[in-house]
Write a new protein. Structure first.
Lengths: 170, 232
């Protein structure tokens, strides 16, 4: 049996090598080229999806933000209105309370003034009577005899009145 | 010294059909390539990492090479051209393992160049129809050129096959001669074959790595160019 083939010789191995090559092409297509190609395509699609999704999410977020900003503005305006209203009400209230207090105090002062006036008048009248009788008594003692009480008293009162109210009041 | 540079017969059947070391080595390379492919593409993720990057770069480079030399519309040839390139690089570098490179056998190189030949004409007919193929292949630029064109078309696979075969088998023979020469020089001077240690490495770098990768590239590029030219 010849062990070596010729250096430049053809044999059935030519067909074996064609078949081998075709098998290798099939196997590498199945195990290397197609999986990697599919994966790259999948990645491409996913990236495209992600980018589109991100753009959509961004526009959504922007719309939401505009919405929220509008709402916040509205709420702020409402709050301002409520605050203003409350302030006005409080102002009103305080004014009313002050007015009431003032009225009350005026009333009290007035009443007190009236009371004082009345007291003063009473005291003055009492004092007038007392002073007149004391004067008559003093005069009686000085003269030593009983005067006509009624006449004398009238005289004294007249004198006192002529002397003036001012002196009594002080 | 063995003066036979033909392929070793490994299995011989009773009817005279035999299988050479070329075919056995091809099977080994095929098994390695398929296993490596399966490992590289196992559990592919959208977010790549580790070995997946290797698979993606390999396929990406081959795809862009096919796209740039054949045109974007013929990107579907990537699996064939890519396999051809990967197989030829491995087969040409197979000499580094000490075994016979499968491409140092005319049966392999002719098998590949005949596949190229059938791809050229098959795709041309598929694209242009039989009439367009006959006209485009033989009667261009003028009908008188037909005999020369016929020779040219037949010469294409022959030149492809012999270019690759010659480069690889030449390197193989030169390396074999160098090893024997270094061995015989040394055995007469020194009992230890110390010169066989470093000197062949330089020659391996040229004949196996440089010439091997270059010839793989040339064969694949020419196949791509011929097929795409035949289709345009």
């Amino acid at each position: 049996m010849e062990v070596y083939t010729g250096l430049v010789s053809f044999s059935w191995n030519f067909f074996f090598q064609i078949i081998n090559t075709l098998i290798l092409v099939f196997l590498l297509t199945k195990f290397l080229f197609n999986p990697v190609k599919n994966m790259l395509e999948k990645r491409k699609n996913q990236i495209a999806d992600d980018v589109n999704g991100a753009a959509e999410a961004k526009s959504q977020a922007e719309a939401l933000r505009a919405d929220y900003e509008k709402k916040i503005k509205e709420i702020r305006m409402e709050a301002d209105a409520i605050l203003k209203d409350a302030k006005a009400k409080a102002d009103d209230n305080s004014k009313k309370i002050i007015q009431e207090a003032r009225d009350k105090s005026d009333d009290i002062i007035e009443k007190a003034q009236a009371e004082i006036d009345r007291n003063a008048r009473n005291a003055r009248n009492e004092l007038k009577g007392d002073v007149a009788s004391m004067a008559v008594m003093a005069a009686e003692k000085i003269i030593g005899e009983k005067m006509d009480d009624e006449l004398n008293e009238k005289l004294v009162v007249k004198f006192i009145e002529e002397a003036g109210d001012v002196k009594w009041q002080n | 010294m063995n003066t036979e540079f033909g392929a070793h017969k490994i299995i011989e059947f009773s009817n005279g059909v035999f299988i050479t070391e070329t075919v056995i080595n091809t099977w080994v390379i095929m098994i390695i390539l398929v296993i490596v492919s399966i490992i590289l593409t196992r559990n592919l993720k959208v977010i790549p990492g580790g070995k997946q990057n290797v698979a993606e770069i390999l396929v990406g480079v081959l795809t862009s090479l096919v796209g740039s030399s054949m045109g974007k519309d013929k990107i579907g040839f990537t699996p064939y051209m890519g396999t051809l390139m990967i197989f030829l690089v491995c087969a040409n570098l197979w000499g580094l393992t000490g075994f016979r490179p499968p491409t140092a056998d005319l049966n392999t190189t002719f098998a590949l160049s005949m596949l190229t030949f059938f791809m050229i004409h098959g795709n041309s007919i598929r694209k242009k129809g039989v009439g367009g193929w006959v006209k485009g292949t033989f009667f261009e630029p003028v009908a008188v050129m037909a005999p020369l064109n016929l020779i040219s078309e037949i010469a294409t696979p022959v030149s492809l096959a012999f270019r690759l075969f010659g480069n690889i088998v030449g390197g193989m023979i030169i390396m074999s001669l160098v090893y024997h020469a270094l061995g015989s020089i040394l055995s007469s001077i020194l009992p230890i074959p110390i010169f066989m240690l470093g000197i062949p490495a330089v020659l391996h770098a040229y004949f196996d790595i440089f010439a091997g990768v270059l010839q793989a590239f040339i064969f694949t590029m020419l196949t791509m160019v011929f097929v795409s030219m035949a289709m345009d």
